[in-house]
Ligand binder design. Structure first.
Ligand code: 3HC
Length: 285
């Protein structure tokens, strides 16, 4: 089925990136943010990214014009009414996401529309149950920076229909040309269930004074060819997101292995959220 009209709710790093790759794939995309200022910021972020793609010779100026012509930004969720597919990419908070799914269920008029969530770790079934069409809800988990990272985790809940799963797979693989892995509807899915214990262990090592942040990061970059060390990666993802994922994993499995260390809690409480805040484990200019 042709899913030309896409809606993205949330225009942050992830939502903006998802909107960008959809528009670059030829789809018509509306991005909805919580207010006009946030919508304008989302537009600036996506246009900045497209501008960098032009500078790097990945996109021609004409292509950029065409991509921008397929993108619109606003603060009114009602525009989701005619969408074939809506991807939710708002804050990693189960109550906020469930409330949004409840509203989308009221607004999205097309009876066979797909409702996807870019949650990092929240069980899809919980979001599906907020709607009257749980069989049409599926996890579509992208990775940051979305235009660069080739992976999408596809997460069916116990209520997702085979048709929804096939359509979502087709969308990610054939339309967006991403590699798709199917993940279980368990907290953290595949990637964050493996990544989170690793980043928590790095924070614990730093917190315990066993090594400097630079040596922890250099160790993993040079010793295992990771593009970023674990503390750099936390700053890149955002410490609030890193914490939310760890808390979801810990709540599900009750295993100390997943528990967020006090330093992470204190840094988030102190607003040291990483790159986006100008300071996390490192300071950014
Ligand atoms: N948008 C588009 N393209 C970008 C980009 C962005 N935001 N950031 C970097 N790029 C592109 C550059 O254009 C460049 O492309 P080119 O080589 O074809 O010119 C390429 O990526 C490399 O960029 P740079 O040379 O500027 O910088 P680096 O080599 O340091 O790469 C990086 C930057 C791609 C971010 C790399 O450091 C990396 O892969 N880091 C790890 C990212 C990662 O692990 N992401 C997953 C996080 S987990 C997640 O998202 C899940 C969530 O649930 C928590």
């Amino acid at each position: 089925m042709n899913r030309q009209r896409v809606g993205v709710v949330g225009g942050g790093l992830m939502g903006g990136g998802i909107a960008e790759v959809c528009a670059r794939a030829g789809l018509e995309v509306v991005v909805v943010e919580a207010g006009p200022d946030l919508a304008a910021a989302a537009q600036r972020r996506v246009e900045g990214s497209l501008g960098r793609a032009v500078e790097r010779g990945k996109l021609s100026a004409e292509e950029r014009e065409a991509v921008q012509g397929r993108l619109s930004f606003g603060a009114d969720l009602e525009v989701m009414a005619d969408r074939d597919l809506v991807v939710e990419a708002v804050v990693e908070d189960a109550a906020v996401k469930a409330a949004l799914f409840r509203r989308l269920d009221e607004i999205v008029a097309r009876p066979d529309a797909l409702l996807g969530s870019n949650t990092s770790s929240i069980p899809i079934v919980r979001l599906a149950r907020a709607t009257r069409r749980p069989e049409q809800v599926v996890g579509l988990h992208f990775f940051s920076p979305v235009p660069v990272m080739n992976l999408v985790e596809l997460i069916p809940s116990v209520l997702t229909s085979p048709e929804t799963l096939a359509a979502a797979r087709d969308f990610a693989a054939e339309v967006l040309h991403k590699e798709v892995i199917q993940a279980p509807d368990r907290a953290g899915f595949i990637v964050n269930a493996l990544l989170s214990p690793y980043t928590m262990a790095a924070i614990r090592m730093y917190e315990g004074g066993h090594a400097t942040r630079e040596d922890i990061d250099r160790g993993m970059r040079l010793g295992t060819n990771h593009p970023m060390g674990p503390l750099q990666l936390c700053d890149f993802i955002g410490l609030d997101v890193v914490l939310a994922v760890a808390e979801t994993l810990y709540a599900e499995f009750k295993d100390p292995f997943y528990a967020p260390p006090p330093l992470l809690l204190r840094m988030v409480e102190g607003g040291l959220l990483g790159r986006k805040a100008g300071r996390g484990f490192y300071a950014y200019g």
